[in-house]
Design a protein around this ligand. Structure first.
Ligand code: AVJ
Length: 365
């Protein structure tokens, strides 16, 4: 099976699986089947893409940085630490639901390949892997994450805990992995942790259209969403007392220094997070306590960020279950089941891609 399918816009030349694996982990343990795929041609392009995005965002009004860049290897590790903070209820709550419902989800989907977007350490996925491994002789798991470091770590942990699970990690962005979905059908795409909340409305629309087009009829999606609730819970969750979330925000600027040679004074960057109830989202900013001249080496360009600038680094949208169901129907997804915790803080939706109906609006798409 080819792992980078024909027609993938980034794959002008096919890379063999061996070539891909060798590029990321020359000293990887000698497993034949488990692999983490990194396209070596992406490395240089990724740095330039990062520099361009930073230049665009910092010179925009109001300024912003794309949240995807929060997750380098250090950022991914800091996010894992966020998940362990007492105020950050999301991971714990979702894990509790998954623990309760994994076998029911397995019954509802039958045997499927599990594809996970933004898999991180794959911690919560363990409940699902256990449920699928218990009912099938072999299971394929395809974690997709922009951090190759965390993919390798997850792969090693899974091969110990679940020897019958074959892991094929893909170190890339979500969109670039979409062309793989058809090859893995029948499949269930996992999009957990309310990661969807990082997308603004336009990004969300593009995302769901992409997932809907990439999946085959009857494939599944398991979506985790943080639900609208009392706002003090949000303000606490995104301003943890130990300051890990603040470090997570700061790491974005440390990364800009590391990869783009920017020389930003990190002591001049302050984490600010609050819930915007009108927009039903947490907004996270970096406030600049002094003017910074941000030099971007790959572009040989300096961007001046004035004192007191608020750079938006992330949004985290909060959802209403009924509205979300309506929204997903627009992209040909039927909601098969909804699971929540007792307090209704978090929701897990099992969606199924409907067969494409011939419809009048088809020519508009
Ligand atoms: C990974 C996007 C779900 O929005 O709660 C946590 C990211 N940022 N604390 C979230 C995050 C700061 C997280 N998501």
């Amino acid at each position: 099976m080819s792992l980078i399918p024909e027609g993938d816009p980034v794959a002008s030349r096919r890379l063999s699986e061996a070539e891909l694996v060798a590029s990321v982990s020359p000293d990887a343990p000698d497993s034949d089947v488990d692999s983490v795929i990194v396209d070596p041609r992406r490395a240089g392009a990724a740095t330039l893409e990062f520099a361009r995005s930073v230049a665009l965002g910092l010179s925009d009004t109001p300024p912003w940085l794309h949240s995807r860049f929060l997750y380098d290897d250090i950022g991914s590790r800091l996010f894992e630490e966020i998940c362990e903070q007492p105020e950050y209820y999301l991971t714990r709550t979702e894990a509790g639901i998954l623990e309760q419902c994994a076998s029911r989800i397995r019954e509802a989907t039958g045997p499927v390949t599990l594809i996970e977007l933004g898999s991180g350490n794959s911690g919560k996925t363990d409940y699902l892997l256990a449920a699928y491994a218990a009912t099938e002789p072999s299971v394929r798991y395809v974690p997709i994450d922009v951090s190759a470091g965390i993919l390798n770590q997850a792969k090693d942990a899974i091969s110990v805990r679940h020897p019958t699970v074959t892991v094929t990690g893909v170190a890339d962005t979500y969109e670039r992995a979409f062309p793989l979905f058809k090859e893995f059908s029948p499949a269930m795409v996992l999009f957990l942790g309310s990661s969807i909340g990082n997308f603004d409305q336009r990004e969300s629309d593009v995302f769901w259209q992409g997932v809907s087009d990439a999946l085959s009829p009857r494939d599944f999606v398991l979506l985790g969403v943080d639900l609208v609730k009392e706002e003090s819970l949000f303000n606490a969750a995104y301003n943890d007392a130990a300051g890990v979330t603040a470090q997570f925000t700061k790491n974005l600027f440390a990364r800009i220094n590391r990869e783009l040679g920017a020389g930003i004074d990190l002591d001049a960057v302050e984490h600010v997070a609050h819930y915007n109830s009108e927009w039903q989202r947490v907004e996270i900013y970096a406030r600049f306590l002094s003017r910074q001249d941000v030099y971007l080496e790959p572009l040989d360009r300096t961007i001046v960020v004035p004192k007191r600038t608020m750079v938006m680094t992330e949004i985290s949208r909060k959802y209403d279950l009924e509205k979300m169901k309506e929204y997903l129907r627009c992209y040909d997804f039927a909601v098969r089941e909804v699971f929540t915790d007792k307090k209704r803080w978090f929701g897990l939706l099992l969606l199924q891609r409907l067969p494409q109906m011939p419809r009048k609006s088809a020519d508009q798409r």
